[in-house]
Write a protein that binds this ligand. Sequence first.
Ligand code: PGA
Length: 256
Amino acid sequence: MSMKWTVYRDYAAMSRAAAAVIAVQVRAKAASVLGLATGSTPIGTYQELVRMHREDGLDFSLVNTYNLDEYLGLPPDNPQSYSHFMWHHLFGQINIDPERVHIPSGQPEDVNRACRDYDRAIEAAGGIDLQLLGIGRNGHIGFNEPDFYLRTETHLVALTEDTIAANARFFSRPEEVPRSAITMGVGTIMKARHILLLASGADKADVVARMIEGPVTTEVPASILQMHPQVTVLLDEAAAGILMEDERRRRREDQA
Ligand code: PGA
């Protein structure tokens, strides 16, 4: 199965297209179950959803959301928590019911039980209708990092030293920097009925090409999405650079 991808001129156009896909889902089913993501990539999409809520009356009152991941050890009001990110960029600006918002707890009493309960709650909600994803430069989705194997269910992951070092700048004391996170597993993600993956910027071009054209491998966790029946990949021109070059080369070869 080949993944379909669409290229937009720039980040803003890609973000508007992504918000439009989410809006179609929410209008078709008021009680949609959305899987949501953090990171710099979806910020423009969330801004556009906020605009659609304010100007076009896009209604989130019955929408249920499940976020991909959260740092272990951070309370929801910590400005570096993903919970804080989501309330700042989206939930605080739309008419979502806080009871319908789900983000893995950064301070669970029992981590394993909390992970199991998260997957059960998603199933009890009827499964995820639409899962929004970014992609890490190393091919990760959620915090499913390249490895010899991938975990299917929601689980605790130890962050790599690189990630910990990169995050250190956001914290005043080194001991505050999270060393682990809770993430949906690739199985949790693959069960979503429709997956919407966004990538922007030239530094994603290589991994985007490997995700779409390379072999399915745990070394590029996003490559497993090749096996999903309904994936929409939206890219800006910079992130699609290598794919477009490969396509031009194939066309030249066909004509030769
Ligand atoms: P980014 O992160 O949107 O900040 O590039 C994407 C990811 O790591 O999934």
